[in-house]
Ligand binder design. Sequence first.
Ligand code: PLP
Length: 388
Amino acid sequence: MPANPEIIYFDNNSSTQVDPEVLEEMMPFLTSRYGNPSGSHRFGAQVKEAIELAHTRVANLLGCLPNEIVFTSGGTESDNTALHSALQMSPERRHIVTTSVEHNAVLNYCEALGRRGCSVTIVPVDEEGHLDLKELENAIRPETAVVSVMWANNETGVFFPIPEIADICRRKGVFFHTDAVQGVGKTEIDLAELPIHFLSLSGHKLHAPKGVGALYVNRKARFQPLLIGGPQESGRRAGTDNVPSIVGLGKAAEIAQQKIEEENSRVRALRDRFEQTLITELEDVLVNGDRSRRLPNTCNLAFTGANAQAILLKLDQEGICCSLGSSCTTGSIQPSHVLRAMHFSTERARSSLRFSFGRFNTGAEVDRALEVLPRIVRKLRELSPAPV
Ligand code: PLP
């Protein structure tokens, strides 16, 4: 059940509703079970057990070992930690390879590393959002410490071929990190089969709370923490554990593992019906990104001849939430770096919206959006027949 029946929430790549079962599991740790898991009394030991269970549950979802999971404050910290650790462990190597469509948690961290003397190669993508793997391989140099490539793009949903990229990195002898914040819970991931050193995930993208995440650290990978202090997370992430949220993330991982198949086919059907109806009913609706290789929940559409911000505002007035293909920086609307990196014109980016579906969406919500959205787009096109 959606928590807010008056809202139609198609912005699940941005954040998700906490699952009621997750909240239920967390509640004792926000009320009666407040002991510090590092405490040496029984009260603390019970909490420690709950943290251990969360390690096991997240590990089960990813096909790794419980002690390969390090809890963090979210995707951003996990991404920063992976890159930091790889550079610390190879002090003679000062080069990073990444892609033009990564989240800012990777791109802006790389930019900061650039100011601290590292060099960064940013591998471009094509119009469908894909990488040229030869180009990626050629970008790896003897001084490369780490390659960071996301599992699936947050704006278009397009998948990168992670097994192939992990294999290239293994052959070249460099660390490989993948930002799987959008992939975890929406696609099967089996780390037992993959030569990946680090993988990032974030709780609030899979129905756990905001401000909690995890970094998978392969047991064979040498590691240096980003946060230094107490011995928490086996010395890999200092700071008193965010117990309620870690417990919540563990439960969310367990639910995701149980529901992944059924949920993916249900959500994919909602997304496909939504997308296909718009393409059929409205002229000049373009899908941004490869339709055949993307997350089942995401669609990024360009409504040629209509301004996306105006559509978003009108949808918002109707209680429908989605997301712009552009972002507001210092008061002006900038096309998203992802759509720009895919070589789209500013016009196309400015007419683009992302709809991301999830566990609590229903067919009735899609029906309602399909009633409202074509009307809004037609009206806006009439008002501005010239290109936006
Ligand atoms: N990486 C990707 C691909 C994301 O989509 C996000 C969040 O939007 C992040 C990283 C950052 O995660 P968090 O919000 O948990 O810091």
